[in-house]
Ligand binder design. Structure first.
Ligand code: ATP
Ligand code: MG
Length: 463
C-alpha cells in the first residue's frame, strides 16, 4: 500500500508523446487517491476513501478491456493487482477494528468534506438561499462569507446535493494551481482545467478541452472563446462558478503576479455578459475587506455561513453515520451543544476526542458517553485543535482584541461583562476593538455587555 501511495511522486508522463501517458495518468491519480486515503486519521475514513478508490479502479478495469490503446494489455494486470492489494487492506483494517471492539470514528477534522462523505450535515437553508439568488434576474455575484473552518469549502464540495440538477456547480480552489501559476495563460489554463474536472465529477458533464498552447498567444481572448463553447455544452443549464479561497487571488494581484484589470475585468465581463454563468466567491473576508473588487463585483449578495442548526449538530453528535455504535446520555449531548455552539468543526473535533477517549475505556462502558466523558475530552480537543485556536489568537485579532478576550475569558463560562467594566480594567483599549471581535463572531452583545460566542474558544483563552 505504501508503494502504491508513493508512485505518483515519481511518475513522469506529461511530456510523453505516447498513448502510454494516458495509462500512467490513471495510475498516478489512483496513487494520489490512495495516498490521501492513508492520511485519513481514523480507520473508518481510510476504509471509506479506499472503497471509493476500488470503485474507480473497477471502472478503469472495464475501460482497459474496451480501449484500443495498445498498452492496455500490459497494464491491465497491474491495475488488477492494485485492486486486490487495496481490497485486502480494507478487509484487514475492518477486522482489526472489530477485534479491538473499537468504536469506529467517522469524524473528519480540519480537512474539507468531499462529496462522498456521508458525515456532511445540514446546510439546506444555505442551498435554498443560493438557489434563489441564482434565479434572481439581476444576476448578482454571490459572496459566501463565513469565519475560518465554518464549512465553506465543504459546502461548495457538496453543493451538487443541495441544488437542482439544472445548476452545475463548478468548484475552483484558488489556493491550488490557479493562483500559483506564473502568468495569465497558466492561470486561465488551471481555471479551465478546474472547471472541466468539477463538471465531470459533480454532474458527469463533459466540457470542451482547452490546451496551454491554445492560450499562450492571446490568453484572455482564447479563454473567452472557450467559454462560448462551454455555454453551448451547458445547454439549458446554469453553471455556478465557485471560487474558493478568494483572498489568495487577491494577494497574488497585490503582489503584481496578475494584472488587476485583466483578471477582474474578465470576471466582470463574465458576470455581466454571460447569463449562463453565476459567480460565487468564498472566503473569510468581508466584502469591505475586498476593496479593490468593489467596482468589479457590483451588487454582490452576501450568503452568510455560520453555526449549524441545533438538530443538524445533534445528528452529527448522535448519528454521524449509519450504524454508529456510540450512544450519548442526554445531558452529554446538551453539553457538546453548549461547548461548541454547533460550530461544525468544533463538534467534529470534540466528538472525535470523545470517541478516542471511549476507545481507551473498558469495553463494558465503552458504548455510552457521559457528561464526565465530554468534559474529559475538552483538554484533548483544545490541544489537538490548537491550530484552529492559535489562528484566532495570531491572525484574527489585534493586541487590544486579545486583551479583551483574555479578560472576558477569565470571568467564567457564559459571563456577560459590560463595556464600562472592560474599559476600566483595560485602559488602553478603545471601543473600536470590540467591532473587530464582533465582526469575527468571537463575542456577542447581550443587553449592556458582551460575552464569548463559543465556550470552547473561551476555554482556549483562559489557558
Ligand atoms: N456541513 C458540515 N457537516 C459536518 N461537518 C462539517 C460541515 N462543514 C464543515 N464541517 C467540519 O468543519 C471542518 C472545516 O470545514 P471546511 O474546511 O469546509 O471549512 P472552511 O470554512 O472552508 O475553512 P477555511 O476557512 O479554513 O477554508 C471540516 O473538516 C469538518 O470537520
Ligand atoms: Mg475552505
Amino acid at each position: 500500500m505504501e508503494a502504491i501511495s508513493n508512485v505518483h511522486r515519481s511518475l513522469q508522463y506529461d511530456e510523453l508523446q505516447s498513448p502510454v501517458s494516458t495509462l500512467l495518468n490513471i495510475f498516478s491519480r489512483i496513487s494520489k487517491d490512495v495516498d490521501r486515503a492513508l492520511n485519513q486519521q481514523s480507520s473508518y475514513n481510510q476504509r471509506l476513501a479506499l472503497k471509493a478508490v476500488v470503485d474507480r479502479l473497477d471502472a478503469q478495469l472495464q475501460n482497459l478491456t474496451r480501449t484500443s490503446n495498445k498498452y492496455a494489455p500490459r497494464f491491465y494486470p497491474i491495475a488488477q493487482s492494485w485492486r486486490e492489494i487495496i481490497v485486502n487492506y480494507v478487509e484487514e483494517l475492518a477486522k482489526a477494528t472489530e477485534l479491538r471492539q473499537e468504536i469506529d470514528s467517522p469524524y473528519i477534522i480540519g480537512v474539507p468534506l468531499t462529496l462522498e462523505q456521508e458525515i456532511f450535515s445540514g446546510r439546506n437553508d444555505i442551498g435554498t438561499r443560493i438557489e434563489q439568488l441564482i434565479l434572481d434576474r439581476r444576476r448578482p455575484p454571490l459572496l459566501l462569507y463565513g469565519q475560518r473552518r465554518m464549512g465553506k469549502t465543504s459546502l461548495l464540495n457538496n453543493l451538487g446535493k443541495l441544488l437542482p440538477n439544472s445548476i452545475i456547480p463548478l468548484f475552483i480552489d484558488l489556493q491550488g494551481a490557479p493562483s500559483s501559476a506564473s502568468n495569465h495563460a497558466g492561470f486561465l489554463y488551471n481555471l479551465a482545467r478546474g472547471m472541466i474536472t468539477s463538471a465531470k465529477k459533480q454532474s458527469a458533464l463533459t466540457l470542451p478541452s482547452l490546451t496551454r498552447e491554445d492560450l499562450e498567444k492571446d490568453p484572455f481572448t482564447c479563454f473567452d472563446e472557450w467559454l462560448d463553447k462551454v455555454e453551448e455544452a451547458l445547454q439549458d443549464n446554469t453553471a455556478l462558478l465557485s471560487l474558493d479561497e478568494f483572498e489568495v487571488l487577491d494577494s497574488a494581484i497585490s503582489k503584481g503576479r496578475f494584472d488587476q484589470q485583466d483578471v477582474l475585468g474578465m470576471l466582470r465581463h463574465l458576470i455581466q455578459h454571460r447569463p449562463k454563468f453565476k459567480i460565487l466567491i468564498a472566503g473569510s473576508h468581508t466584502i469591505e475587506e475586498y476593496q479593490r473588487w468593489a467596482s468589479y463585483l457590483i451588487n454582490v449578495q452576501v450568503v452568510h455561513i455560520s453555526y449549524l442548526k441545533e438538530d443538524e449538530a445533534r445528528q452529527l453528535i448522535e448519528c454521524p453515520v449509519k450504524d454508529f455504535t456510540l450512544g450519548y446520555e442526554p445531558d452529554a449531548v446538551e453539553r457538546v451543544l453548549q461547548l461548541t455552539r454547533c460550530h461544525p468543526f468544533l463538534v467534529q473535533l470534540l466528538c472525535g476526542e470523545i470517541v478516542a477517549l471511549k476507545n481507551e475505556q473498558d469495553p463494558s462502558v465503552r458504548r455510552l458517553a457521559t457528561l464526565a466523558d465530554v468534559e474529559a475530552a475538552v483538554p484533548e480537543a483544545l490541544s489537538h485543535g490548537s491550530l484552529f485556536f492559535a489562528d484566532i489568537q495570531n491572525n484574527q485579532v489585534d493586541a487590544a482584541g486579545l486583551a479583551i478576550l483574555r479578560f472576558l475569558a477569565a470571568q467564567g463560562e457564559g459571563a456577560v461583562v459590560t463595556i464600562n467594566t472592560i474599559l476600566q480594567q483595560l485602559p488602553n483599549v478603545s471601543e473600536s476593538a470590540f467591532e473587530l471581535l464582533l465582526q469575527r463572531e468571537l463575542i456577542e452583545e447581550v443587553g449592556e455587555g458582551y460575552r464569548f460566542q463559543v465556550e470552547l474558544i473561551r476555554r482556549w483563552f483562559i489557558q
